[in-house]
Design a binder for this molecule. Structure first.
Ligand code: FAD
Length: 469
């Protein structure tokens, strides 16, 4: 049996990034195996029977990398994209509050506003010690008022774990922290403050949803190097062999795995990691519901991108007005519009799958997104068993033990669930993790995204990386 120098498992953005980089620099000695009949992984899109296009949750791109941006233009063309102003809102107390919440608390009813302000004053007078977990981080940065009114209920709905089970290091640029002066100015001048932070515009494919990007990426690779519909059922690290469901065996020199790390442990039979992975590698599942609707959204929804829902009058934590991302996401934009809702699930937050779609529709009515069930043209649902890699308290200890042990056997686990680092698990990060692991293996270069997530997220990166020169 001939050994494949680079065997790649999984054709999501990470595996495709690795394959593309190998091909680009003249190494055509790779093979990519993917269980699904299509490329894209969690960044795939689907068209339902009524002709509505759906992502696995609304995917937007905020790229940190020149290389990634160039690849996006190469895949879909410069005119294959729509650019949007980010407009995100919180729906609570029967009203919309612009995000970031803390800059716009003036919109709250007086009792809630009072609680939030008291909490901000309290943390200004009595700064809290360095937080040991995400719950303490919330309290220290926002005070007990904003924590109780919004951040704690909202974060439990998103993560499906209490914030005390999450670490405080993943946050980085992802959560806007409080600027008391700005909060007070907005209050005094009765001003809405929508334009926080680094990510205030984003791009989205004109046609075919997010999945179009990765289908186009796969189509540019040599077809005989990409094996779809090929599920891995066992990996033998000692013999360096991968076994498929159909009984094929592939021998490799180096294995780049983008499968969930917990699955890699199971498939390789490295049960010595079961305990540390069980404790450290928490995750939640994502239940995605598409609501294809007749008519047009009401005026308030026409420019909104997505909305957060912290209250318990609906099961979802976030809803995207997906027809606003591209008119091509609906069969006929003059007749239709669409919403996509996300519901998290974990052992700490189970859901009843038999009733969830009904609960989502009821929630959409209860929160005023739609007026009645009569507006529905179609519904679509998808469950990603591995949805969010939870940045748990013991995650980094687990990764520090497991990833190097696999690398000693020439198995490189990368990507959203391969490396299990939520803070570098979007499409741009994942694709670059694939590119960077190839650069490390061939040229000994540092894997910046994996090793230094805060640096990766702190700026735009030229290509080649500034740290490589
Ligand atoms: C709800 C949700 C919302 C998101 N929103 C955004 C967003 O707004 N912006 C953004 O940039 N990113 C977003 N993401 C993240 C994005 O989906 C990921 O960054 C990206 O898909 C990760 O790529 P990956 O290749 O690491 O993993 P995946 O996409 O998970 O790909 C792994 C691949 O491995 C394959 N595989 C698994 N097991 C086997 C096996 N046994 N044999 C063979 N193949 C196997 C899978 O089929 C899959 O194709 C979101 C994700 C979710 C779940």
């Amino acid at each position: 049996m001939t050994r494949i120098p680079f065997l790649i498992l999984g054709a999501g953005p990470t595996g495709l990034g690795a394959a593309r980089r190998l091909q680009e620099i003249g190494h055509s000695d790779w093979l990519l195996l993917e269980s699904a009949p299509h490329a894209g992984g969690l960044s795939s899109s689907f068209v339902d029977e009524a002709g509505f296009t759906w992502d696995i949750g609304g995917h937007v791109q905020f790229s940190h990398y020149d290389y990634f941006d160039r690849a996006m233009i190469e895949f879909l063309g410069a005119d294959g994209w729509l650019r949007h102003q980010r407009e995100s809102w919180v729906w609570m107390r029967d009203r919309f509050i612009p995000y970031p919440f803390q800059n716009n608390i003036r919109r709250l009813p007086p009792a809630d506003l009072d609680r939030c302000l008291q909490g901000l004053v309290e943390i200004t007078r009595h700064p809290r010690p360095r937080p040991a977990d995400f719950g303490q981080w919330i309290d220290a940065n926002f005070g007990p008022g904003i924590a109780e009114v919004f951040l704690r209920p909202y974060n439990f709905k998103v993560w499906a774990y209490p914030p005390e089970k999450l670490n405080a290091v993943w946050v980085g640029e992802r959560v806007a922290v409080t600027d008391l002066g700005r909060v007070l100015q907005n209050l005094v001048h009765a001003r809405d403050d929508l334009s926080w932070g680094p990510n205030n515009t984003f791009q989205f494919p004109l046609r075919g949803g997010t999945g179009a990007i990765w289908r186009a990426c796969a189509a540019r690779l040599p077809a005989d190097r990409l094996r779809l519909g090929t599920k891995i059922v066992r990996i033998d690290p000692a013999r360096r062999e991968v076994h498929t469901e159909r009984g094929e065996v592939f021998a490799y020199d180096r294995l780049i795995s983008t499968l969930p790390l917990r699955e890699l442990i199971r498939l390789t039979g490295r049960h010595e990691f079961d305990a540390v992975a069980g404790e450290g590698l928490l995750y939640s599942s994502s239940n995605i519901f598409g609501l294809g609707l007749r008519g047009q959204p009401r005026a308030e929804l026409r420019t909104k991108c997505w909305m957060y829902f912290p209250e318990d009058n609906c099961p979802f934590y976030r809803v995207t007005v997906f027809s606003n991302y591209s008119p091509q996401n609906v069969p006929d934009p003059s007749l239709h519009w669409s919403l996509m809702a996300e519901v998290s699930e974990s052992p700490d937050k189970p859901v009843d799958h038999t009733r969830l779609l009904d609960q989502v529709i009821d929630g959409a009515i209860a929160t005023g997104l739609i007026a009645s069930r009569d507006e529905l043209v179609s519904t679509w649902s998808y469950r990603a068993a591995y949805g969010y890699p939870t940045p748990g308290l013991h995650r980094d200890r687990a990764l520090a033990e497991i990833l190097p042990a696999f690398e000693q056997q020439d198995i490189y686990s990368r990507g959203r669930f391969g490396a299990w680092k939520y803070e570098v698990s979007n499409q741009d990060h994942s694709f670059m993790q694939g590119v960077e692991v190839v650069e490390r293996l061939l040229h000994g270069r540092e894997e910046i995204t994996l090793r230094a997530p805060n640096h990766a997220n702190s700026r735009r990166h030229p290509w080649p990386f500034e740290r490589w020169s």
